[in-house]
Design a protein around this ligand. Structure first.
Ligand SMILES: *Cc1c(COP(=O)(O)O)cnc(C)c1O
Length: 228
């Protein structure tokens, strides 16, 4: 792989356009989060120079070492599990936290946001396949959690995120669809018009995710290269 980040990003953009066309959607409906875990801040800056607007990291500690060195402007997303004792550090580093899966974590983030006079957009991570080892709430518990998280003054609850089980294309599509239906049900139930976001789709399945309604795709290796 000798392609540059710029070239790989262009190839990803092309495939996003194809998926949008197939689904009758606008490119502007979808946010591309470039997932830079394991890559240095120089790679993040290269991606930003190539046009990336949103960066995702999955570990708070790694982000604390890298993100302060990033020169360019971007929206930073936490896409990995957050322990509530790291909420304050996460709050200082990230704009969006996609992995809220408990009321306790919501409370800690709300407190941290208040202390630093900022707001955070948050998504609820859903364990859409009910897998034993995975983070996230079960689909059954998501509505109750959303009801509670929507009350925090310094958090803007905007939707759902998932990492589906490893599966073939047809099954993956079913998991994505299930997340979309859950989002619609919660938005109805809470009468929350701003609850619209669906973060789903990675390097291997983002085109399927876009066809199934993703508004955020999280793409790492297809942009930065193999993590080795
Ligand atoms: C690493 C990671 C991604 C990106 O994975 P790729 O397969 O490299 O695109 C997306 N989402 C989460 C939560 C991740 O941890």
């Amino acid at each position: 792989m000798t392609d540059s980040i710029t070239e790989r990003l262009a190839a990803v953009e092309e495939r996003i356009h194809v998926a949008c066309e197939r689904a009758g959607r606008e490119r502007s409906e979808i946010t591309l989060v470039a997932v830079s875990k394991t890559f240095p801040s120089s790679a993040i800056d290269e991606a930003i120079r190539a046009g990336v607007t949103d960066i995702g990291e999955n570990r708070v500690q790694e982000a604390a070492e890298k993100l302060p060195q990033v020169v360019g402007d971007a929206v930073f997303h936490l896409i990995g599990h957050l322990q509530s004792n790291k909420s304050r550090l996460a709050s200082s580093l990230f704009d969006v936290v996609q992995t809220v899966d408990s009321i306790k974590l919501g409370r800690r983030l709300d407190e941290a946001a208040e202390e630093s006079s900022r707001r955070h957009e948050i998504l609820i991570q859903v364990n859409v396949g009910n897998e034993r080892q995975k983070d996230g709430v079960s689909p059954d518990q998501a509505t109750l959690l959303a009801t509670e998280l929507a009350r925090f003054q310094h958090l803007d609850l905007s939707g759902l995120m998932t990492i589906p089980p490893v599966a073939d294309e047809a099954e993956t599509r079913v998991f994505f669809r299930r997340l979309r239906e859950l989002r619609d049900a919660i938005a109805d139930r809470l009468e929350l018009e701003t609850f619209r976001k669906l973060s789903m789709g990675m390097s291997s399945d983002y085109q399927i995710a876009i066809e199934e309604g993703a508004t955020i795709v999280r793409i790492g290796s297809a942009i930065f290269g193999s993590r080795g």
